[in-house]
Design a protein around this ligand. Structure first.
Ligand code: GDP
Length: 457
């Protein structure tokens, strides 16, 4: 019999309410000892999805006034008996109630253990379980939507369709292997070939969706570059101000950089080295071109900003040279002042046709900037209503591996290899795909996946 686990499921800190969750066979027994219902009812008489009012007590001492939700197996998140104790928020009360649960027989849940049980008990598959963490961590609406789709089983459905197509053909192959005196008939070869091509197409589509999935999940890694005083920090402020909902500071790859994730008008940007740009307040400290060059490495998008009220100088030309072969937008800033650089300037147009005029100070032209980024990264084409997006690197790698095996099988078929060899490759595709949904997966992988979850989920 599995243990009964307990955990605080709400975020640490002060809040209106807090929730302690328990799951496992002993849930109601433990609850009985610590929960005094206002209108007592036997557990057998309480239906699942019922909320009861009362007090959490430690012997006679009242700890808190609470509402408790009952979920009876198998109709619960984990499929086990479960309860959720809604107490007042605040760390002290929540901890006291959790400790009471533990004292009376529950064990402290590991991170992600509730969801892990939902997976191990067969309520959801591994891909669905993984989506839960993505929903919790989502930084933009699109990311949340794609994760919800995955939880609803969109990806799992696609994978199982591919698997079914393979299985149908594999059954026929097995018959042939059992009767090796017959040559593989041409009809069968054609059937295998069609199936493999179909599989390769579907896997390629999924593999390719990772480009968009990655943008949605990680944002477009964007460097704002320009010489001192061009208007980098003014632009940064204009962008950050627009993101009313979320600004997340992420630790960058090196110790002194900070990346900031913003989503404006559905365009997710991961801005590189925002700390560097912001800190450069006084003239001496202004970020030099050299530092810009460093930032621009490995960004998905360079936004190069120039002071259009001054002629282009050697430093500007150096920046233009730097961004020549990259995905770039040139911003001619300070258009509220008299202009000396034209957008038709050959030195600019030879680098990119993406040239926009803005005033970071007056915040004009910023909207056009988002439109341009949207257009460059085809963000409007990302349709989450009926499209499966791979956002998880683990899934992407498995899909690539499965595709590789499908290509190997096709090769083997074209080279008239024996049918049992071809069958080995084909079975491998099935095994690969099973790693996504979790039928074929090691305990280590499962543990690693769930260890990334937060407590109480
Ligand atoms: P950075 O060194 O590239 O970060 O440049 P800043 O954003 O600090 O801007 C340098 C100076 O130019 C500041 O005094 C800003 O107020 C000013 N500035 C920035 N953008 C504009 C603009 O669009 N128009 C005008 N007139 N001044 C601007």
């Amino acid at each position: 019999m599995s243990t009964t686990i307990a955990s605080i499921s709400t975020a640490p800190g002060i809040g209106g309410i807090g929730i302690i969750r328990m799951s496992g066979a002993q849930t109601f027994e433990i609850l009985e000892k610590i929960f005094k219902q206002k209108n007592p009812q036997k557990i057998e008489d309480i239906k699942g999805y019922t909320i009861k009012y009362g007090h959490i007590v430690d012997n006679e001492k009242i700890i808190d006034e609470v509402l408790v939700s009952y979920f009876k197996a198998p109709k619960s998140y984990t499929t086990e008996n479960m309860c959720e104790i809604n107490s007042h928020g605040g760390t002290v009360i929540l901890k006291e109630i959790l400790e009471l649960c533990l004292k009376n027989g529950a064990e402290l849940a590991e991170p992600g253990e509730f969801t892990k049980r939902a997976f191990l008990n067969g309520r959801i598959d591994l891909a669905q379980a993984e989506s839960v963490i993505d929903i919790i961590n989502a930084k933009s609406e699109k990311e949340a939507k794609s994760s919800i789709n995955q939880l609803e089983g969109f990806l799992s459905r696609d994978i199982s369709e591919i698997k079914q197509g393979i299985l149908d053909v594999l059954v026929n192959i097995d018959v042939t292997i059992d009767y090796p005196e017959y040559d593989t008939p041409e009809v069968q070869k054609k059937e295998i070939k069609d199936m493999l091509e179909n599989t390769i197409n579907k896997l390629s589509r999924l593999e390719k969706s990772f480009d968009n999935g990655k943008i949605i999940k990680d944002g477009i890694k964007t460097a704002i570059i320009g010489k001192p005083n061009a208007g980098k920090s003014s632009l940064l402020n204009a962008i950050l101000k627009e993101d009313r909902a979320i600004v997340t500071a992420l630790a960058g790859t090196t110790r002194d950089t900070i990346e900031e994730f913003v989503t404006v008008r559905g365009v997710p940007l991961k801005l590189v080295d925002t700390a560097g740009i912001r800190e450069a307040v006084d003239e001496v400290e202004k970020i030099g071109v050299e530092k810009s060059i460093k930032q621009a490495q490995d960004a998905d998008l360079e936004i190069a900003i120039f002071d259009s009220s001054k002629p282009l100088d050697a430093e500007d030309l150096e920046i233009l040279n730097l961004i020549k072969n990259k995905k770039t937008i040139i911003l001619l800033n300070k258009t509220d002042l008299e202009q000396v650089i034209s957008e038709d300037d050959d030195r600019l147009t030879s680098v990119t046709s993406n040239i926009l005029k803005i005033s970071a100070l007056n915040k004009t032209g910023i909207e056009e900037l988002y439109d341009k980024i949207s257009e460059m990264f085809n963000l409007d084409e990302i349709n989450l209503d009926n499209e499966v997006l791979i956002t998880n690197l683990r899934h992407k790698n498995i899909i690539s591996k499965a595709k590789e095996n499908a290509l190997n099988a096709k090769n083997a078929l074209e080279n008239n290899m024996p049918i049992d060899i071809i069958a080995i490759y084909i079975r491998q595709i099935l095994d690969d795909l099973g790693e996504i949904t979790g039928e074929v997966v090691t305990e280590d992988i499962i543990n690693e996946i769930f260890s990334k979850f937060c407590l109480g989920k």
